[in-house]
Design a protein around this ligand. Sequence first.
Ligand code: ZN
Length: 367
Amino acid sequence: MNGSWRLGKIAGIDVYVHFTFLILLGWVAISHYTTTGSFAAAAKGLAFILTLFGIVVLHELGHALAARRFGISTRDITLLPIGGVARLEKMPEKPAQELVVALAGPAVNVILALLLYVWLQFGPGLQPTEQAIQVGGRFLDQLFWVNVSLALFNLLPAFPMDGGRVLRALLALRMDYVKATQIAASIGQTIAMVLGFLGLFSNPFLVFIAFFVWLGAAQEASQVQIRSALSDTPVSRAMLTDFRTLTPTDSLALAASHVLAGFQQDFPVCEGTRLVGILTRSRLITGLAEKGESSQVGELAETNFESVSPDDLLTAVLPRLQESSLQALVVLEQGKLVGLLTAENLGELLMIREALKQSGSARAPLG
Ligand code: ZN
């Protein structure tokens, strides 16, 4: 995710923190300081948030390790102010598995809350709730409440919260996955609106959370829709076949004129029929600024690029296109360049299909 820093690796999974988590840290330190006027209280507040941070990692590990049981690995874990995100290689396809993976995170909090509860009951006794949740409440009591609230909050039936996935999985046991996602997403957005509205009158942080929830629901719904619209479609249906190529000895001036003439953003660089690199628009612009327009394309072309085959399925290559630093994936057939695949092509394909569907001829040329 953009704006994230890598912290380290746990159980073979990279852990990142998103910069907005720092806003939360700042907010806690300042609010502790202004309510108590002491630096010690602010430091305790920070220590508390950092412990919270550890609990969130455990929560995400709950998801990741449950997914691992179903043979799904986790790319990374990112910590956001509203919780963490474990990016699984893919979502479990069976609703029952998705249900287990979604519940595994909150289950970690339930277990931690139970352990803390038992520890406190047999030790000093639980502090009254009002006392515990105030600034200056006892640390372990606060941790107990944190785990209770994390479990409850994450089980809110709204994407990107676990409860959204639980809801979708339960619906998907009875209906089509796309339909289940749409219903779950609209329930999530309704909850986001209510949260945001309540936040306006109580806590600005709630508005912030509502915003994330709203986005999460929209994103999930559109991703699933795209996936289903593109299922079973090979790359060859969407790829750009009318494009310009350059040779390593072409000048940057020629490349710039192609860009201005309205051709694609990234240009395959070929030596005869062999693809040797890609000149991206950003490299072209940097090259023009640093070396001038008479320098050669070959000096600036990116030689580390990804290729796909025309028979690959779009659903399989989509994540690679989204993660690639290039705007286009090159399509090679037996080593020969036959096309380019860009996000724009995919968007166009989806639009055309949608239009055909409306005209009632969905099974026409694009299948
Ligand atoms: Zn979770």
